[in-house]
Design a protein around this ligand. Structure first.
Ligand code: ATP
Length: 321
């Protein structure tokens, strides 16, 4: 057992009636990390989160939260986790404050303490103005906040959020995202999402899940560096095509090139440097030296989306079991 880890998952497998949703999954999440769980539909994100939150047993493998086993110490683990499931089932007929108090009591909190905590999370989640409203009358953004307040009310160390911004409009996404970011300062957070910029903005680390297995685990920055090993430089230059070809062929640092005419004398040159080198200064100097007009010189930086698409192959449909 390592005290620095909030989550330790080892060789986790979950089978549903013959279909394997999660297969031999192993990963750790350090205390204070904000980790994004990414993956196409059916990759096994919700299944993993449900097992971590003691909502469902695994078929095999071990999962520890704050050093405790989710199977043998489920009650203690539940106290440490604030879980917001996908399509959070709230009680639509209850008022916000009444619901949060009810949930706090259900989680075993004493009456006085639960009232104090409801006050804190109501304020923290921006629910003060709607605390007397009926949940069913709230917008989806506010209902998500109620779900978050519910997940936080018992002061968990670890927050697990399954697609918390799904179905929200851009303004609501922004405010819920900010709220999660703020929570990340004092909690460990595991969040699943389909919105890739969200992960780049909020997470220290990304786990990409594909067909029940982790295919990538790294920080968004490292992933970009990894991808820049195969980055591309685009140069749009006015010069005779044969001269351009001869030039790129002699350029030792360029591994591949592709030329296409654009307008007039201009050609679009897509250049792949060896080892992802940034050759823009050399290309600029070369164009000046030869008297060529250079009207564009850019370096393609790969995004998390490129990485995601590359590792999850979108042409393969997710398997439904
Ligand atoms: P999404 O992004 O669509 O929510 P996900 O990554 O969360 O997908 P899971 O919901 O964990 O994926 O599902 C993983 C696989 O397990 C899918 O093939 C799904 O059909 C299957 N599955 C999930 N829940 C059950 C269940 N209760 N019974 C049978 N199969 C299930």
């Amino acid at each position: 057992m390592n005290n620095d880890f909030m989550i330790e998952v080892s060789d986790l497998t979950k089978r549903y009636a013959g279909h394997t949703a999660v297969s031999g999954l192993s990963f750790t999440v350090g205390r204070g990390e904000i980790v994004g769980l990414l993956g196409p539909n059916g990759a096994g994100k919700s299944t993993t989160m449900r097992i971590l939150s003691c909502y469902m047993p695994a078929t095999s493998g071990t999962v520890r939260v704050a050093g405790m086993d989710v199977f043998t110490d489920a009650d203690e683990v539940r106290r440490r986790i604030g879980y917001m499931p996908e399509n959070n089932p709230l009680h639509p007929e209850m008022r916000v404050r009444e619901y949060l108090k009810f949930r706090a009591r259900l989680k075993g909190m004493a009456r006085k303490h639960s009232r104090e905590r409801v006050d804190v999370v109501t304020e923290q989640c921006g629910l003060t103005d709607v605390s007397k409203k009926i949940i069913g009358h709230l917008s989806k953004g506010y209902r998500q906040r109620v779900g978050l307040a519910d997940a936080l009310v018992h002061e968990p160390d670890l927050i697990i959020l399954d697609e918390p911004t799904i179905g929200l409009d851009p303004n609501q996404i922004r405010s819920v995202r900010q709220l999660i970011k703020d929570l990340g300062r004092t909690h460990t957070v595991l969040i699943s999402t389909h919105i890739l910029p969200e992960v780049e903005m909020m997470c220290n680390r990304v786990l990409i899940l594909h067909k029940g297995k982790i295919v990538v685990a790294d920080s968004p920055d490292n992933l970009q560096k990894l991808m820049s090993g195969s980055s591309q430089i685009i140069a749009e230059i006015a010069a005779p095509q044969d001269e351009l070809r001869a030039c790129w062929e002699q350029f030792a640092e360029i591994e591949y090139y592709d030329l296409s005419p654009t307008e007039g004398e201009f050609h679009r040159c897509a250049l792949t440097p060896r080892n992802g080198m940034d050759l823009r200064p050399q290309i600029f100097a070369l164009a000046r030296e030869r008297g060529w007009i250079l009207r564009e010189l850019t370096r393609n930086r790969y995004s998390l989306e490129d990485i995601y698409v590359r590792v999850t192959h979108p042409d393969e449909e997710g398997e439904e079991g």
